[in-house]
Design a protein around this ligand. Structure first.
Ligand code: LLP
Length: 398
């Protein structure tokens, strides 16, 4: 933790600090858990910082992208297009064209109209578009409602019967090439049961397609691997791999894909923030810090719990306080009713497990320039993204 104080002095706060080592360990544990051909596609949305993504690209990971912007960033980070899957419920024709030109591994298609658009774009570009339908298996991932995606009342994917007829259409269309099947039922999933059920549904569809002479190259089971933020039991990568391999045991020709974001980067990142002021009302104690919901929106958005540690803890009795930012909303908190050691103005706090959906979801609300990001690699720290300035805030305005 001493090194963190030096980083805060050098780069200022709020500051994101990432560990390349932790990401490599996570990637290795997951990739190593599979005993048949498998591809771990890093979901760039979790953290699209080029230096972070490049660590995983160098390890041999593929990428899961959901926009033209992520395509650009994935390529800049060094991911091979042949290992990139393009997901997302609302890809524009421009984005489809960019993916086709780049030569992505597959488009995870989510509707009949998107399939039409993809065929049109492919025809125009005279390329065959690799298609993988995203199945909505109507399974409850038993996670936060905002990140549950595999229920029939969610906007994602297509139901099994429709998927089958879309595959039939794709198989007949010379502008399309049936490549695989995909499914993503949610995020921060901490039990195997939903994966087991989703994999069974995907495997059944693949079997039915094989019987209809529409063979697939891969089955993509999406992301969602849950980590332990507070005291949840994290999903074990080995158990997950075993579950998936079992579901597809009778279809050894299928390459298995997963699209984890959080699992690979959440534990690799912290948000360093400095105590600005302390105050008390008749009801509550507050620690006001320079990091806010604009830097780490998860607590405000989902009521998420992140561990918080004092970088140089002072001796003394712990007291319970809310850790809040400078933004003008009561929803702007990093922690509520948290026991904290004695703190003085200028003390540093580290918000842990902040490497996923932290900076990536940050905003400039209240005209707050976004934080800087630093990557630790091989014992060295390097600036991965400079802190925004107030001039950056008005960039593009006329
Ligand atoms: N694949 C697809 C198609 C996805 O939609 C997602 C996440 C992933 C993969 C990666 O999921 P992961 O392995 O990271 O769980 N902002 C929320 C999480 C939103 C996840 C959206 N989709 C949070 O901070 O908890």
């Amino acid at each position: 933790m001493r090194g963190l104080a030096a980083l805060a002095r050098r780069y200022g706060t709020p500051l994101y600090v990432y560990s390349a080592q932790t990401m490599r360990e996570r990637y290795g544990a997951l990739r190593g858990a599979f005993t048949r051909p498998a591809l771990v596609c890093y979901a760039l949305k979790a953290n699209s910082c080029r230096a972070v993504a490049a660590v995983l690209a160098r390890e041999g990971a593929g990428a899961d992208i959901v926009s033209g912007g992520e395509l650009l960033r994935a390529r800049a980070a060094g991911f091979m297009p042949s290992r990139i899957v393009f997901s997302g419920v609302g890809k524009t024709e421009e984005e489809l064209a960019a993916g086709l030109r780049a030569g992505v591994k597959a488009f995870n298609v989510e509707s009949s109209e998107e399939l039409d658009a993809l065929a049109r774009v492919a025809g125009r570009l005279r390329r065959r578009a690799p298609v993988s339908m995203r199945l909505n298996p109507d399974i409850d991932a038993m996670t936060h409602p905002h990140v549950t995606t595999g229920r029939a009342d969610n906007k994602f994917g297509v139901e099994a019967s429709e998927a089958f007829s879309l595959y039939r259409r794709a198989a007949r269309d010379p502008r399309l090439r049936v490549a695989g099947v995909s499914c993503h039922i949610g995020s921060q999933i901490t039990s195997l049961a939903p994966y087991r059920r989703a994999a069974a549904a995907v495997a059944a569809l693949a079997r039915k397609l094989r019987a209809a002479a529409i063979p697939l190259d891969f089955a993509d089971m999406g992301g969602g691997i849950g980590i332990s933020y507070e005291n949840e039991a994290a999903l074990d990568p080995k158990a997950l791999a075993r579950t998936l391999e079992k579901a597809f045991a009778d279809q050894p020709e299928l390459e298995l894909l997963v699209e984890p974001g959080r699992y690979l980067v959440a534990d690799a990142g912290i948000l360093l923030t400095k105590v600005l002021y302390r105050k008390r009302t008749s009801k509550r104690r507050f620690v006001i810090v320079d990091g806010a919901m604009t830097d780490l929106p998860r607590p405000a958005l989902y009521g998420s719990w992140h561990p918080i540690a004092a970088v140089s803890p002072r001796r003394g009795k712990k007291t319970v306080a809310d850790v809040v930012g400078p933004v003008c909303e009561s929803g702007d908190f990093l922690a509520r009713q948290r026991p904290l050691p004695p703190l003085e103005r200028g003390d540093l706090l580290a918000v842990l497990k902040a490497g996923a959906y932290g900076f990536a979801m940050s905003s400039q609300y209240n005209s707050r320039p976004r934080a800087a990001e630093v990557l630790l690699e091989g014992g060295k720290a390097r600036l991965a993204r400079r802190r925004e300035t107030c001039r950056d805030l008005a960039r593009g305005e006329k």
